[in-house]
Design a protein around this ligand. Structure first.
Ligand SMILES: N[C@@H](CCC(=O)N[C@@H](CS)C(=O)NCC(=O)O)C(=O)O
Length: 211
């Protein structure tokens, strides 16, 4: 059975888990709890993925897949039901552009967390935090402005990734109150959160595995 390096804390892993549920593949992939700490490269994980990142998927023939985009592509090819990567250049471009936007949000949120919670206090940079805040707020405003357009397409990798990224803000950036002044995006996300695949993959602060 394919084996996924997994954590219930990771938004990139959740993206993959939602895709596995959407494609009826969840029971066909084993998960193993793996701690990927950006401050401590993981020797065991690096044996499979030299980037020391999760999600990492090890297939039965030994092929290793990363990152979340590639694993979602694999799920889309292997699984059942409507494609997460729609056919047709225009729809596909929009889906993948929105996927990039969702992962881009996460690529801001994660370093922000590292900066404020993980780096030793003397090494933290307030100016970097301001940069992250500016980009995050601008991206959320952009989404509020464009959210009607998301409703015009069937559910795809773009919706999935943006939805997971907003759920991550609820999980880790409560004090940001991202919904405030963004009623349309908030309503869109509430509908996203109703999907069974999203309900089945909630974030959770579990006990960290021993190193
Ligand atoms: N672009 C990657 C990002 C994956 C990623 O950064 N995952 C985090 C966990 S949320 C990680 O493994 N961090 C460890 C590190 O940066 O060394 C993807 O989409 O899968």
């Amino acid at each position: 059975m394919p084996m996924l390096h997994w954590s219930p804390r990771s938004p990139y892993v959740r993206k993959v888990m939602v895709a596995l549920h959407e494609k009826s593949l969840r029971d066909r992939v084993a998960i193993v709890r793996t701690q990927a700490d950006p401050m401590i490269p993981h020797d065991g994980l690096m044996a499979s993925n030299p980037l020391s990142k999760i999600p990492t998927l090890v297939l039965e023939d030994g092929l290793v897949l990363f990152d979340s985009h590639v694993i979602c592509r694999w799920a889309d090819l292997e699984g059942e039901g409507p494609s997460l990567f729609p056919e047709g250049s225009s729809l596909r471009l929009r889906a993948e552009r929105d996927e990039a936007l969702g992962t881009g949000l996460l690529d801001i949120a994660l370093p922000w967390l590292v900066e404020t919670r993980m780096r030793p206090e003397g090494e933290r940079s307030e100016s970097m935090v301001q940069v992250y805040r500016t980009k995050l707020e601008r991206t959320l405003d952009w989404l509020e402005h464009h959210v009607d357009r998301l409703d015009r397409r069937s559910f795809d990798i773009g919706h999935l990734t943006i939805g997971v990224a907003l759920s991550y803000l609820d999980f880790r950036f409560d004090s940001l109150c991202w919904r405030s002044g963004r009623d349309k995006l908030s309503a869109w996300h509430m509908a996203f959160a109703e999907r069974p695949s999203v309900q089945a993959t909630a974030f959770r602060d579990d006990a960290r595995p021993a190193a």
